[in-house]
Write a protein that binds this ligand. Sequence first.
Ligand code: NI
Length: 129
Amino acid sequence: MKIHHVGYLVKTLSKASEAFEDLGFEAMDEVIFDEIRGVDILFMKKDGYVIELVSPKHEDAVVYNLMKKLGNTPYHFCYEVDDIVKTSKDLSEKGYVIIDKPTCAVAIEGRNVIFLMHPFMGMIELLEK
Ligand code: NI
């Protein structure tokens, strides 16, 4: 599995992207609204590192409560794998808990992603190749 991006929770996406630009990050695309998750998403990159800025748009957004609890913060690494169902099964035998079913990610070419939680390292995302 290869690291694809690091997800950042941000309260105000336009301000956050400006702050990342000040560090030398460049937007890879336009801001995309993910209706399924109720979030705005912007991918940026620098030195081969890709970050995903995720900003909840309303109280029903999947990460709304997380945002309230944690504030602006990195919150997941995403790993690219051949088969997210198989890999999530393998990881669930190692203590990872699958926290939602595979869903398409409109901001990543509609590819399928799944989120898992580990009691000792937090959240990861798997992205299907
Ligand atoms: Ni992500």
